[in-house]
Design a protein around this ligand. Sequence first.
Ligand code: MG
Length: 278
Amino acid sequence: MGTASVWSPSLSSDGESALRSPEQQADDILQSLRGRRLMVLLDYDGTLSPIAPRPEDAVLPPAMRIVLDELSGRWNTAVISGRALADVRDMVGVDGIVYAGNHGLEIEGPAGTGISRSLGEAYVQDVAEASAELQSELESVEGSLVEDKQFSLSVHYRLVASADVRRVEAAVDTAIKRHPRLRKRHGKKVFELRPDLDWDKGRAVTWLLEVVNQRETEALPIYIGDDDTDEDAFRALENAGIGVLVSEEDRPTAATHRLSDTDGVRRFLARLAEGAVA
Ligand SMILES: [Mg+2]
């Protein structure tokens, strides 16, 4: 075994399939801090909460809430979700965390921090119209769910029969043609229609980091996520921090580390919350 470092892969040296434990990976990172602070940035669905058939059912496990409470007491913590800001804040329900919704188009820090940002207000009308059109277009597609999130919209198809998924995507493509100020993005069993802005989770992470670093000493950022949109954040941190992919299997990613599931995330965060290792 070589010397453990933050930049070492999350796999153990004795086999490709054996992931190092969440605690070992967290300890390596804590050891590398040498007095620096951590800034912990987290996706929600599939990262903090197991993915559920319906978005409203993806509730935060109580044990995860306890860990997040401890973590945010120790390090700057942010949750960055594709959900609307109010929605993800309700789902997590922990004070003292920065919340970012709509893939970072809306950002709010805890009371008194003055952290606040809102982009995409100019697109509310486009989103509302596309949402109404898709609702009526997809009414006949059983299991489809159109979610208007004000600054973007999601078309969920997790419960749609596989033979009907093409119809869902065709309807989304038609909506994009009608509303060229929106663009399509593909997530896990969901199509996202978002403002055609140069802004994503990576840009939001970079912005948040700058805000926090201006106020305190420079932090080591660590971003944890499971989906394609999280790759924007992994890439943003490629040379400046740590990306942790949540995935059972190895797959192409800009992340440097991997945890297999939300339970691994909980164990990893619990260790980070304990702070510096002896
Ligand atoms: Mg996710």
